[in-house]
Write a new protein. Structure first.
Length: 486
């Protein structure tokens, strides 16, 4: 992680009294201060509709983030708070007055509000002369997902953002990109001679990405009703991980080169028509079941969810990439809530040897070779391959060779928000999403979304505590494959 060298930064959080600020942003800032990445030249300003005094906001910060170090206590002691509407000029007049007292400071705005306010806040910053620097200092805007709720709304949002700021000022954050093993994709692929030569259609039989959650919608029933698994996970997390997994080697390991290759890859993913969607996409919704010996309710019984909801809590898809490297290699993705475990796992299954010299009796327990990247909860890498079982017979069995981050590196992995917030402050856009990435991801997802609305892909059900509907297994079975994570 980069150091800020204590450059003067005023960090302005819109939505400062909200859940995201309390759970993620404030603890991340506290950890950055404890690690010496921010210090005495860092100032914190909160803006929200909730009425709070400066003192009450400072107490909220202490409650949310704790006070791990003297540096953060000092930052807390001078934190300011503005009570106001995000579209009212007087809110931004107050912000101007505060920023005027930090006239030598760079500015980083963080939008942690409801998504509908992202564009409006950017426009207000522009109208009030707060979006572009006039003194040589930087001004940056960090924006949370979702980046629109459709192709059209994402296009409108980008237009509003670009009215206010240049693209290089905008940092669209996806916390998955801050996870160590997502970043490790670059190291694994491009720093190891044993992997890159086989990372293609000649050796890889299929690729699988599973994003499984054991939790339900919790207190976000209303939000999830409007989003669903397709928008909530596939459009952003899944597309980002796939782009790093499948992209071509960049000319350089700089932000622009990496992001250019990610966009090229997304442009190579085939956009399905209705017939292809009906054959290659499964959607499901969980019914009551048991997880960890605890009975859990059906999705339609969750708070804030319609009793007749058709919102999907599970999606499985077979994607195809139309380029030289991956032509003919199926890409399987699935994501769901209330599954039997919490795990995000990327698996590259390799082709079997062209001729198996051993009899079927001796190779009964031999599975295809697989390279697995475990992204969460236990970050690591696993290679599965065949060996001889001890004994007189030449019997073969699949075994696993594992690398675990926690075992190898004693220092715990940094929280994704901690990494990404620091990158935004120092101006490293590598792990952030560019506007053309957003739009291309929506191009891929939009036909599927439309198919869901018109019931081209019927809504199936699955028990909470399972790994999704049986149709998900059938999706792979029709191509003579099966899910690696069972």
């Amino acid at each position: 992680m980069a150091q800020t060298d204590n450059i003067p930064v005023t960090f302005v959080i819109f939505g400062a009294s909200g859940d995201l600020t309390n759970r993620k942003i404030l603890p991340a800032l506290c950890s950055l201060a404890a690690d010496g990445h921010i210090g005495k030249e860092f100032n914190l300003v909160g803006i929200a509709r909730t009425e709070l005094t400066d003192k009450a906001f400072q107490q909220l910060i202490k409650k949310s983030a704790g006070s791990k170090c003297a540096e953060f206590n000092e930052i807390i002691s001078r934190a300011k708070y503005i009570t106001g509407e995000y579209t009212h000029n007087d809110t931004f007049d107050q912000l101007k007055d505060i920023l005027a007292t930090h006239n030598n400071s760079n500015i980083c705005y963080y939008l942690a509000t409801i998504p509908e306010m992202f564009g409006e806040i950017a426009i207000q910053l522009s109208k009030n002369g707060l979006s572009r620097s006039t003194n040589g200092k930087f001004i940056r805007l960090v924006i949370e997902k979702p980046f629109g709720r459709s192709y059209e709304s994402a296009e409108k949002l980008n237009s509003m953002l670009h009215q206010a700021m240049d693209e290089n000022q905008i940092f669209r954050i996806d916390h998955y990109m801050g996870k160590e093993n997502v970043q490790n994709l670059l190291a694994l692929r491009f720093a190891n001679a044993i992997f890159e030569p086989i990372w293609n259609r000649r050796y890889v039989d299929n690729i699988q990405l599973t994003v499984a959650e054991s939790l339900g919608v919790e207190h976000r029933g209303g939000f999830y009703e409007a989003e669903g698994a397709l928008r909530d996970i596939v459009q952003n997390h899944v597309m980002q991980v796939l782009s790093l997994t499948l992209m071509e080697p960049p000319a350089n390991m700089d932000a622009n080169s990496i992001r250019n290759e990610k966009v090229k890859l997304l442009q190579s993913i085939e956009i399905m028509n209705k017939t292809e969607i009906a054959q290659n996409v499964v959607r499901g919704q969980y019914v009551a079941g048991t997880i960890d010996d605890q009975k859990v309710p059906a999705y339609r019984m969750e708070p804030g969810v319609s009793k007749s909801s058709t919102t999907e809590t599970f999606v499985a898809m077979r994607l195809s990439v139309d380029n030289w490297r991956w032509a003919g290699v199926p890409i399987y993705v699935r994501t769901g809530k209330r599954l039997k475990l919490r795990a995000t796992e990327l698996a590259l299954q390799f082709k079997r040897v062209p001729h198996m010299s051993f009899s079927k009796e001796l190779t009964h327990d031999l599975e295809p070779d697989v390279l697995v990247l475990k992204i969460q909860p236990n970050e690591g890498i696993s290679v599965q391959f065949g060996v001889k079982v001890p004994g007189r017979e030449f019997k073969l069995k699949t075994v696993s060779m594992d690398f675990n981050y926690q075992d190898e590196f004693k220092e715990p992995s940094k929280d994704a928000y901690q990494r990404l917030i620091l990158d935004a402050i120092v101006g490293d856009p590598t792990l952030f999403i560019r506007s053309d990435e957003v739009m291309q991801a929506w191009k891929i997802i939009t036909p599927v979304e439309m198919a869901f609305k018109h019931n081209v892909t019927p809504l199936t059900s699955y028990k909470a505590g399972s790994l999704g509907p049986v149709e998900s297994d059938k999706l792979l079975a029709q191509y003579k494959h099966k899910w690696h994570l069972q």
